[in-house]
Each structure stands twice: as structure tokens, then as C-alpha cells.
Design a protein around this ligand. Sequence first.
Ligand code: DAU
Length: 328
Amino acid sequence: MRVLVTGGCGFIGSHFVRRLLERGDDVRVLDKLTYSGRRENLEDVDCELVVGDIADAEAVSRAASGCEAIVNFAAETHVDRSILGATDFGRTEFFGTQVLLEEVRRTGARYVQVSTDEVYGDLAGRGSAKETDPVEPSSPYSVAKAAGDLHVPAYVRTFGVDASITRGSNTYGPRQYPEKLVPLFVTNALDGEPLPVYGDGRQIRDWLHVEDHCTGIEFVLREGVAGEVYNVGGGNERENVEITRRIVELTGADPALVRHVTDRPGHDRRYSLDSSKLRALGWEPRRAFDDGLAETVAWYRDNRSWWEPIKSGEYLEYYRRQYAERLA
Ligand code: DAU
């Protein structure tokens, strides 16, 4: 199959591109190359890269030409950045998704919208979210994702397009931009820098290895039904303080680097997904969390040349805005 992967230079997208290529698919990537969309994430693979924005209909048309499917990873993804300023989030997530669906409406390509468990909102004191639950997003980021998702069933109903949604849980693994909890704490620990835990650190996330996330999305691409949503959860709920403790152990860092700092505004306490619908199609996560985290720490230890150049320029500016006061 010839597949257009939008946002294919980002963290999960670049793993997905590799997976499709291993499976013998023909892959083209459309990526705007923002701060986290990194050309080097695909430098060793054989696929065509079109540099452009999913909100630009001409770029989308050019990139999608001849493709039988589009899988959309393109997004502004960081909650803390959306709290500092959300304009780009609405443009990419809401308007960009609509542009892609217009293309799909015109060409008849299959479409998968890669979304997030955050659209279900805070599940503290509740069970696990099912696909039929309402969306109750809490941050500018998750509102933008939920808004983008809303286009999908509307386009299926109104225009009969072949489109599905995946909603994944917190994903970790190699090549994740070091603003997210795992890569930020691992790289800071390796450098002897503080690990800023928001609030009491008892918030719960459901951790999923990036390769397991990608196999889930691939199942939905190949077997998902139009108009349906599929949760892709790791079934592996942990408190942030536990993740932090494991990272300190695995890196051999000084436990005194752990600092409890001012909480994220509106911080959701818990996410949890019921993934039985996707499991019924035959998918299951294979990577045990302890092994996956240990391998991820080893990857960052062995690949300083990937992340050290990132921790300069724009990154340092963001880091200062997000953490300077918190760590003062
Ligand atoms: O759940 C899926 C989502 O996971 C994705 O949709 C998002 O794109 C992705 O960013 C991630 O969102 P989170 O906000 O859960 O991930 P993050 O790595 O930013 O934070 C994970 C937890 O760690 C959260 O409770 C906040 C906390 N945290 C994070 C950072 C960056 C800290 O305590 N300190 C930090 O410095």
C-alpha cells in the first residue's frame, strides 16, 4: 500500500514510518519540520519527504497524490506549551485535520486520525475510558485534539469517507523530544540537572511503548471500520513519582535531583483507557514496561548526539519559560 504519513518526522510518526517500510509498504511523509519534527529521525530510511503543513491544501494534495491511505500524526503535542500559548494547536489540530479530510473526500483514500486519551479528560476516581464515552478535554492541547477528532465522524456520515480514530495513551521510547516526562527526566538525570516533578507527583498515566502504539495504529489502518474510534492503551498505570524513581535508579543519578515544583495548571490526575475493542481485533502491547524503560534509558545514554544539539536555542528558551521560576 502507498501511505502518506503526516507528521512522520516526529516521535511516534517516525517509528510508524519505519514499521510500514519493514512491512513492505511504500511511504511518503509530509512534515512541517517544527521544533519536534526532525529530519534526522528519518535520515537512515528510504522514503520521500515533502516539507509542508497539513493546513496547506496545496501541500497536502501534492503529498497525497497516488496514496491509498493517510495516517495523521501531525500535531502540536505538548500540554505545557499549549498552556503558554495555544494558537498553533488550533490551526494544526482542527484546521489541519479538516484539510486532510477534504483531500480524503476528493481521493477516496483511507484515513486514520491519531489522537490521544487526553480527550476523555480526567478519570480520577473513575474507571477506564471507553470509545463511546464523551470527550471532556481539560487543556488547550486536548481541546484542540478533541476538536480535530470531531471532524472524522462528521466526514464519515456526511461524505461516506473511510476514516477511523485511534486514541493512544502516554507513549515513551527512543527519539522522543526531551520536553516530555520520560526523555526530559532521563536526559536531565544523565546531565545531573534537576527533575521537576509537578505538584505531589501522584498523577497517573498509562504508559505504552512506542512500538506497541505503532502496531495498534497499524491494526486500525488495515482493519479498522469507518467512523469507529479505537483506544490504544498500555494497560500500565503508574504514578509520576514511580516513573521518576525508576529513572533515578536506571541512570544512577543523585536522588536529590528530584524537585517537587509548582503544578501544571488544570493538571489531569489520571488517564486510563479500556482497549478491549482493539484487543478483540488481535492487538496487544508486547513490551513489558520495566524492560521498555530500561531500553529507553540506554538509548538516551548511547545517543547523546541525537539530543544534545536539541537542548539549545529554542529549547532553552522554552525551558526557561517553563521551569526557571519553578526551579528558582
Ligand atoms: O496521554 C497521551 C498524551 O501524553 C499525549 O497526547 C501528549 O501529546 C503527550 O504530551 C502526553 O501528555 P502528558 O501531559 O501526559 O505528558 P507529559 O510527558 O508532558 O507529562 C506526563 C506526566 O508527567 C504529567 O502528569 C505531567 C508530569 N510532568 C511532566 C513534565 C514535562 C512533570 O511532573 N514534570 C515535567 O517536567
